[in-house]
Design a protein around this ligand. Structure first.
Ligand code: SAH
Ligand code: SF4
Ligand code: F3S
Length: 457
């Protein structure tokens, strides 16, 4: 790999100005970290980075396959690139990520988007430089369709956009095969990174001033299943918690089937771990959960919630909810509204089911109309807004420790950040506080956030 990086670098150094590259990430946080690694490779090859695709000599679309609309956006934007390439004939266009692990997508690009130069999957970091070199040398288009590469590529430079918040993948792939989901097909089987490498990475980020570490995996609770028997996710949390420094640890996603009391105990005992859990329930109905192959019941899910809240009364939960799984009935949907009322999430991410070719659910003849699903989505969002607003009102008068993330919508002099419980807090303060922890007293509640004022204790 490094010989190709050097070759491209010396070609690029001969140019008057460094050529520019543009990366567009379409997917989840893991997809973004892949994009950060590709950015690292591009910088090593002598490219500069631009946010404007029209100006770029090399464009990467790092795609997501989880829902149809993500795919449609990619094809729409590829259409624009055609015009740019007509103006800059040397522009190299690359498409990678989860979409390109599906043969039907690769075929579509081959036949309808002939100006795309390189197609490679989710994990071809070692091969990417050679593909770029071959195109620069005038060879024909590259289609890497070797399937999800399950190697863990360590030692790549990850160019992160934020100095005080960093994502750290701890595992890759998914073994769960929820019947609606394409991820296991495009990301391959679960594999865990070595704990030492994760701990070294976190230590170095914290030494560089990072204040929030987000541990990533499709199901972090499976961490270590492929490693020594004493190594599991709660163990990893405790190890990271022991690293010296003032920082907050977050993680996602947690599959409820593996969310154990041991996990909750670790969160409780580790003072650096945020008191919030993203625990995607998807549905509140046992039959739908079974059809989804989720391997838990509403009852088991609620037991974990109660266990956490008994130990930590202010603990907050968020969730992903899938609306309109094929043939979900009104009664089944009502069970989802019911579990939302019981859990009282602080936030939900809800998605209308999107048929993914290759998954089991795609074979079901779905009788429920899209309009009906949209109606359900609206009812769910209305309910959730009510819950969040009511619960946020109860926070008035409380003091929260907040990591300041940015200026809020009011601009200079106004700030926004998140508390340990993942509550969005807006308050007045100087921009120099961005990237630090402050104590804030909650003074008022809005729909999705609270207002506050900085206090000294
Ligand atoms: N591994 C994570 C989820 C990753 S995908 C987990 O299990 O929690 C993020 C979310 O996208 C899922 O939780 C699900 O709600 C949604 N999703 C997955 N497949 C989908 C599909 N076919 N249509 C609509 N939403 C989907
Ligand atoms: Fe998809 Fe289920 Fe795996 Fe999450 S756990 S990535 S929803 S198959
Ligand atoms: Fe999308 Fe792939 Fe992530 S399908 S959600 S980018 S793992």
């Amino acid at each position: 790999m490094s010989s190709y990086i050097e070759k491209i670098k010396s070609l690029n150094e001969k140019r008057e100005a460094p050529p520019l590259a543009h990366i567009h990430n379409y997917g989840c946080q893991l997809n973004v970290t892949d994009g950060e690694k590709l950015k690292g490779l591009l910088l090593n090859m002598g490219y500069g980075i631009t946010e404007i695709p029209e100006q770029a000599d090399l464009v990467i679309f790092n795609t997501c396959a989880v829902r149809e609309n993500a795919e449609e956006r990619v094809f729409g934007n590829l259409g624009f690139l055609k015009q740019y390439k007509e103006k800059n004939k040397e522009m190299i266009i690359c498409v990678c990520g989860c979409m390109t692990e599906q043969s039907c997508i690769v075929e579509k690009i081959k036949s309808s988007y002939k100006y795309v130069d390189i197609v490679f999957g989710t994990n071809a970091f070692d091969k990417f430089p050679s593909y770029v070199y071959n195109i620069i040398e005038g060879q024909k288009r590259v289609y890497d369709t070797s399937g999800p590469d399950e190697t863990i590529h360590e030692g790549l430079t990850q160019v992160r956009s934020c100095k005080f918040k960093a994502s750290v993948p701890i595992m890759y792939g998914c073994n769960n095969f929820c019947t609606y989901c394409i991820v296991p097909y495009v990301r391959g089987r679960e594999r865990s990174r070595a704990p030492k490498l994760i701990l070294d990475e976190v230590r170095s980020l914290v030494n560089d001033g990072c204040k929030e570490i987000m541990l990533l995996g499709q199901n972090v609770n499976s961490y270590g299943n492929d490693l020594d028997k004493d190594i599991n996710f709660p163990w990893l949390l405790r190890q990271i918690n022991a690293i010296e420094g003032d920082f907050i640890i977050r993680f996602m996603s947690s599959h409820p089937k593996d969310a154990s009391k041991e996990l909750i105990d670790a969160i409780y005992e580790c003072e650096k771990v945020g008191k919030h859990l993203h625990l995607p329930v998807q549905s509140g109905n046992d039959d739908v959960l079974n059809r989804m192959n989720r391997k838990y019941t509403a009852q088991k899910y609620l037991e974990i919630i109660s266990y956490a809240r008994e130990k930590m009364p202010d603990f907050s939960f968020s969730s992903d909810i899938l609306i309109g799984f094929p043939n979900e009935t009104e009664e089944e949907f009502l069970d989802t509204l019911d579990i939302v009322k019981k859990v009282r999430y602080s936030n939900i991410y809800s998605f209308i089911y999107s048929k993914r070719t290759g998954t089991k659910a795609a074979l079901i003849d779905d009788k429920i109309t899209y309009e009906e699903k949209q109606g359900r989505m609206q009812r769910l969002l209305d309910l959730q807004r009510e819950i969040t607003t009511e619960d946020y009102k109860k926070l008035v008068g409380k003091k929260l420790r907040v990591l300041v993330e940015a200026n809020s919508k009011g601009g200079e002099g106004t700030l926004t950040g998140k508390s340990s419980e993942f509550v969005i807090v807006n308050f007045d303060g100087d921009s120099s506080l961005i990237g630090t922890f402050v104590n804030v007293e909650v003074t008022g509640a809005r729909n999705w956030a609270v207002d506050g004022k900085i206090c000294t204790t």
